[in-house]
Design a protein around this ligand. Structure first.
Ligand SMILES: [Zn+2]
Length: 82
């Protein structure tokens, strides 16, 4: 997917956010209760197009290492939107 399904724009960006993966309320979290999520969004209309966990990203990077692909941010994120 290379275009936003909502507005058709090809101006897409990944961003990283921290998420609560535990049961504690905000402000009482232990480090093991904080996870990371990657979000692919449209720069034009703010549509959320895809999300991947930090573990998903690590698995893709490992697969690329095993396949001896050129591990660059561009190639990794191209794989994410295939
Ligand atoms: Zn859009």
């Amino acid at each position: 997917m290379k275009n936003c399904p909502e507005c058709g724009s090809n101006k897409l960006s990944w961003c990283c956010q921290k998420v609560n993966v535990g049961m504690a309320i905000h402000g009482r979290l232990c480090l093991h209760e904080i996870g990371v999520i990657f979000v692919l969004g449209c720069d034009e209309c703010s549509e959320t197009i895809d999300t991947k966990s930090g573990d998903d990203i690590a698995a893709i990077m490992t697969d690329m290492l095993i396949a001896k692909d050129q591990l660059t941010l561009t190639s990794m994120f191209a794989k994410l939107i295939e």
